[in-house]
Design a binder for this molecule. Structure first.
Ligand SMILES: Cc1ncc(C[n+]2csc(CCOP(=O)(O)OP(=O)(O)O)c2C)c(N)n1
Ligand SMILES: [Mg+2]
Length: 680
């Protein structure tokens, strides 16, 4: 029955790929026993509730093997989840029909697993290395939740995280960063299973890869074990048990497998990696499996029951025991239970916005990184599950949580709120997403220029609709002396081009507070917060419009009396202040201007046409944008008659004043551009 079930997974994957005429059959054929052995006997997972908070997580980091996951979700009978996040007991996550629509438009079985599309898919994978990176964040979440919410006799959180990965994952840099972080943190609840099959996309893995993976992982602080034959269920079981017994380190299980197992002409060859086997070969494979050669999408009698009586029964028992205990926990610790309930639904605790700072008007002002640090601390005090850290720049990013009891998250000290990612930006991004899909409000931080090191993970956060918070400081050439290697130019434009990423570059301390209010209430979008190193004035909000305008993305900060300007000056962040100074000068010369503070294009684009028109009246075509970044994109707001003051090259290493002068970020230039736009 074991073999029959394994071969059902294999043939469903083969048939799905064949029918779609697209996909990756080889890895599922090789790995079906590995997944079967894990799910049937070890994974604590209740198919009736794919949202059970203490379920073990299974991550398919080699996302190209998606049919392996889809077939498994189908055969184990995992239930669906509706748009409101509720489990649908009468609807499966994936029906047979879904399997038959693999890779088709709007199907729940896209080419690579997408967690927002398919219940039971824990995280979106496909870009190699990201899944294993996410798994580290999930393991961190499990440890943190356990340390903060477990009580004697109530192990509410102790879930394990399993990630299946291939040669491609192991080769990726992000994987090494993530493994290094996991080893350092001694995440004993983390198990990676490495599909050691000697084949990658282009051919034999030996073309490009011959490192000693086992020794590498030992060096990274992992427990390493090996299974010499992916078809050996007993040895696989022993390896999983070794993982479960290891309580001081993460575990890597190296499994020697055969890609395209059972295919007479394609086994052990990259020919089985990324294209359908072909009808003729499919028949030969099925013959090898002892399968009816012409059967398609066959689930033989007894196979559904096999899963039901295996993972299904075990999972239901674990879940049942947990729920019973959680019932008592709720009575004894109602406050903690309520927090967990809020957390699971992406909700915020009552009073989440109490004691947020209000910054008094101040001409000298402060850097937005400083107002950010104060705001983040106030929020984190109110929201116990807001946690995060920096890639070794916490002092510069001002992201340390310094209030009483915040603490550090260190190896074997998993209660703390301050994570130390080390200089591992890419793994930080991936781990932040892993924490985020585990329902923590997770933030990361580094210099804005190094968002490039995190972009693949940020993109996945946006794609999978998870509200990770990416904090960046040192946001422009305004950082000064560190020079062009550290001065971002095109990063703002690049992130603004990313769908579903909310980018915010607030223009003074109180805009920072409002930006955080927006960010913390996001449930399906990640946010990028872009902050300065250098000080900027804090506006007197009795004279200027309230900072709450941030929520609309752009708002009229100050205007000519009567509200009928001849020219509009717009900018974000530290350049809003240049617009304000220019406004005053123009006013003195009798020129009617308006200043629009524009911290977020994405939020502005969400507003209705009437609001947009009220900020940028179409009749006013004289417009000037000012931003210390690539001008790319500002055309949209300044229009064909407008002027853009921005960056057209890399920056320079010099004191701030000299940099501003060299690149023309001076009030007089804004005034001159306004006059030019007006044809004066
Ligand atoms: C970041 C990234 N680079 C490249 C690819 C394209 N790609 C998909 S699978 C693959 C080869 C992976 O080899 P391996 O992990 O050994 O998978 P196997 O062929 O053994 O299934 C490549 C290059 C990708 N998905 N992600
Ligand atoms: Mg491989």
């Amino acid at each position: 029955m074991d073999l029959l079930s394994i071969n059902t997974i294999r043939t469903l994957a083969i048939d799905g790929v064949q029918k779609a005429n697209s996909g990756h059959p080889g890895a599922p054929m090789g790995l079906a026993p590995v997944v079967y052995a894990l799910w049937q006997k070890y994974l604590r997972y209740d198919p009736a509730d794919p949202l059970w908070p203490n379920r073990d997580r299974f991550v398919l980091s080699n996302g190209h093997a998606s049919m392996l996951l889809y077939a498994t979700l189908h055969l184990t009978g995992v239930r669906g989840v509706d748009g409101d996040g509720n489990v649908t007991p009468d609807k499966p996550a994936l029906s047979m029909d879904d399997l038959q629509h693999f890779r088709q438009l709007d199907s729940k079985t896209p080419g690579h697993p997408e967690s927002h599309m398919t219940a039971g898919v824990e995280t979106t994978t496909g870009p190699l290395g990201q899944g294993v990176g996410n798994s580290v964040g999930m393991a961190i979440a499990s440890k943190w939740l356990g340390a903060n919410y477990n009580k004697p006799g109530f192990p509410v959180f102790d879930f394990n995280v399993y990630a299946l990965c291939g040669d491609g994952d192991i080769m990726e840099g992000v994987c090494c960063e993530a493994a290094s972080l996991a080893g350092h943190l001694k995440l004993s609840n983390l198990c990676w299973i490495y599909d050691h099959n000697h084949v990658t996309l282009d051919g034999p893995a030996s073309y490009s890869f011959d490192e000693d993976v086992m020794t590498k992982f030992v060096g990274l602080g992992w427990n390493v074990t090996r299974v010499a034959d992916a078809n050996d269920l007993e040895m696989l079981g022993r390896a999983y048990e070794t993982f479960l017994k290891t309580d001081d380190r993460p575990t890597l299980i190296v499994v020697d497998s055969h890609i395209g197992y059972g295919s007479p002409n394609k086994q052990d060859s990259s020919d089985s990696h990324g294209e359908p086997l072909g009808e003729a070969e499919v028949k030969l494979v099925k013959k090898f499996y002892g399968w009816p050669e012409d059967a398609k999408f066959l689930v033989p009698d007894g196979v559904y029951d096999q899963f039901k009586n295996g993972v299904g029964k075990r999972g239901a028992e674990f879940h049942g025991d947990w729920s019973k205990k959680f019932g008592d926990y709720k009575k004894q610790f109602p406050d903690l239970a309520e927090q967990l309930d809020l957390m699971q639904h992406w909700k915020l605790p009552k009073g989440w916005d109490k004691d947020l700072p209000v910054f008094p008007a101040d001409a000298k002002g402060m850097a937005t990184r400083d107002s950010s640090g104060k705001t983040l601390n106030a929020l984190a005090k109110n929201i116990p599950w807001l946690i995060g850290g920096s890639a070794d720049l916490a002092h510069s990013n001002k992201t340390n949580l310094t209030f009483d009891g915040a603490g550090d998250f260190f190896p074997d000290q998993y209660k703390g709120r301050n994570l130390h990612f080390g200089v591992r930006e890419h793994a930080m991004g991936a781990a932040t997403n892993g924490m985020s899909v585990s329902r923590l409000r997770a933030f990361s931080a580094t210099f804005f220029n190094f968002s490039d090191y995190m972009r693949p993970s940020m993109r996945l956060a946006a794609l999978m609709e998870t509200p990770s918070i990416f904090i960046f400081t040192h946001d422009s050439i305004g950082l000064g002396e560190d020079g062009p290697t550290h001065q971002p130019i095109e990063q703002l434009a690049a992130l603004r081009a990313m769908p579903n990423m909310i980018v915010l570059r607030p223009g003074d301390a109180n805009e920072v507070v409002e930006a955080y209010k927006v960010i913390i209430q996001l449930r399906h979008s990640p946010a990028t917060l872009v902050l300065t190193r250098q000080a900027m004035p804090t506006y007197d909000r009795t004279k200027f419009a309230p900072a709450s305008g941030v929520a609309k993305g752009a708002y009229v900060l100050t205007d000519v009396e009567g509200g009928k300007p001849d020219v509009i000056l717009m900018g974000s962040g530290s350049e809003v202040h240049l617009c304000v100074e220019a406004f005053e000068k123009l006013k003195a010369e009798g020129i009617k201007a308006r200043v629009v503070s524009m911290p977020s294009w994405e939020l502005f684009e969400q507003q209705d046409a009437a609001y947009k028109e009220s900020v940028f009246p179409s009749a006013v075509t004289a417009r000037v944008s000012v931003e210390m970044a690539s001008i790319f994109g500002w055309e949209r707001y300044v229009g064909p008659k407008g002027k853009m003051i921005g960056m057209h090259s890399f920056g320079a290493s010099a004191p701030l004043k000299d940099v501003l002068k060299k690149f023309g970020f001076l009030t007089e230039n804004v005034v001159a551009a306004a006059k030019q736009a007006l044809g004066k």
